[in-house]
Design a protein around this ligand. Structure first.
Ligand SMILES: [Zn+2]
Length: 450
């Protein structure tokens, strides 16, 4: 009895040893993970001449390591869109698309404390590099999460795609926009897209469900020209100034909502005057004793898709540029006007309530990874996510960087290595839950049957 007991004990010890040693090999040394991130950061993909070929080689080598299927598409020569696939056990289900862009914005190198493409790791664990936040971190975190999932034996039900796209920083027209319009994209049968968000200075991650749409407006005023000494009504300058005053009152009312904490920066209409053009040129500057017959002002307006575009258009035509004040503005005379509606006529935003299961799954996954998620927001600028939302697809902007100052496009952009590693675990949970999710389709199927 005693002997068999001891034998059993030895056997248990042997088993646990086996278990711990196998666990030790599954858990990779974090320094290897960080060094892969650094290698991607060291490729100079800054606009206007990104080293796309080098970036593509690196991405494809990562894909080979992870046995992901790959294809490279150049919708525009020299601007590769790299598409990777982890096949699901039920490829009929809508797939998951994890998108990231490979380019970064330019740098003013002399203003950096470390070389922006060296990926220097300092004593605090901060990794300094252009792209460390925007958004090579996310692209690599997708890879690392997949590496962990594969090591754990996880098998996806839905297929998972990774897209690495060029040119986001210059509008994405030759990258994500062409990709989304292609047959290649159509065949992916995408159900949900994850794209970039922003760092968050507090402990809460941020997720973005929409972006504001740019409306670039030029208002022209006409009026009677006349002597600079004469007081009379309806001069072009006076007419334009009345408009500018009205625009400024509106701007202040929107800004007040942000200052009072009632609305986020992305939830109000912003209006900023970007140019003023008036006056009669002379060899020494401008003619001083003449009131000109024309004056012009340009405005950068950003409209959240939650806003009512018709009421804003009315405000423009009735208050900012009324024909009664000799303003020549007519509706439609925008330099650029991005619709707040998608191609199906719906507001271009992704639902963040129980009507969207992908949102609920994201919330749960972040919680499971011991992360905290703040209230979803509208991004104040633009990203590639808009190209996907334009097609009516749900797209969530999310970059898991809490406790991190927002330094995208800034000098000394950095990300702390521990925050980066934590973000990988967040993606492990998200990918696991997205790729295993089948409920939505069952519901849809039963609805179809009815
Ligand atoms: Zn970005």
């Amino acid at each position: 009895m005693e002997l068999s007991c001891r034998a059993f004990l030895y056997y248990c010890c042997f088993l646990s040893l086996l278990f711990f040693s196998s666990k030790a090999t599954a858990e990779e040394d974090p320094s290897a993970i960080i060094s892969r991130f650094q290698r991607y950061l060291q490729i100079d993909t800054a606009q206007p001449s990104p080293q796309y070929a080098q970036a593509a080689d690196f991405i494809l080598s990562q894909a080979r390591d992870l046995s992901l299927e790959s294809q490279t598409k150049e919708f525009v020569q020299g601007k590769p869109v790299i598409l990777l696939k982890w096949l699901g056990s039920n490829p009929e289900l809508p797939s998951i698309l994890l998108n990231s862009h490979t380019d970064v914005v330019p740098v003013e190198q002399e203003k950096w404390s470390h070389h922006p493409f060296e990926a220097h790791l300092d004593r605090q664990g901060n990794i300094y590099a252009r792209g460390s936040q925007d958004m090579k971190c996310v692209g690599m975190q997708y890879f690392e999460a997949i590496r962990k999932l594969k090591a754990s034996g996880f098998e996806p039900v839905r297929s998972i795609y990774l897209s690495f796209v060029p040119d986001e920083e210059i509008g994405g027209h030759d990258g994500a926009e062409k990709f989304v319009d292609s047959d290649v994209f159509k065949n992916l049968n995408v159900g949900i897209v994850l794209d970039e968000g922003l760092a968050s200075p507090d402990e809460y991650y941020r997720a973005y469900y929409a972006e504001r749409c740019p409306w670039w407006l030029v208002i022209k005023a006409n009026g009677q020209p006349g002597h600079g000494a004469k007081l009379y009504d309806n001069t072009a300058m006076e007419n334009l100034l009345k408009s500018i005053e009205s625009v400024r009152r509106f701007r202040a009312s929107q800004f007040d909502l942000v200052k009072a904490g009632l609305k986020g920066e992305g939830e109000v209409v912003s209006v900023n005057m970007v140019f003023l053009k008036a006056g009669t040129p002379s060899p020494t500057g401008f003619v001083m004793n003449l009131q000109p017959s024309e004056a012009e002002a340009g405005f950068d307006i950003r409209v959240p898709p939650t806003d009512d575009p018709e009421s804003l258009e009315r405000r423009i035509s009735e208050e900012w540029a009324p024909a009664s004040r000799n303003m020549t503005f007519e509706l439609g005379q925008f330099k650029q006007k991005v619709s707040v509606h998608d191609k199906f006529g719906k507001p271009i935003l992704t639902a963040t309530d129980s009507s969207n299961p992908w949102w609920t799954l994201l919330e749960e996954a972040i919680r499971k990874a011991n992360g905290k998620l703040g209230k979803p927001k509208i991004l104040f600028g633009s990203t590639d996510a808009r190209h996907f939302r334009q097609r009516g697809l749900p797209a969530i902007g999310f970059s898991p960087m809490a406790n991190t100052p927002i330094l995208l496009h800034d000098h000394n952009e950095f990300l702390n290595k521990d925050e980066y590693l934590k973000g990988i675990d967040v993606y492990v949970e998200i990918i696991k839950s997205y790729a295993s999710y089948v409920e939505h389709t069952r519901k849809e199927a039963s609805r179809d049957e009815l």
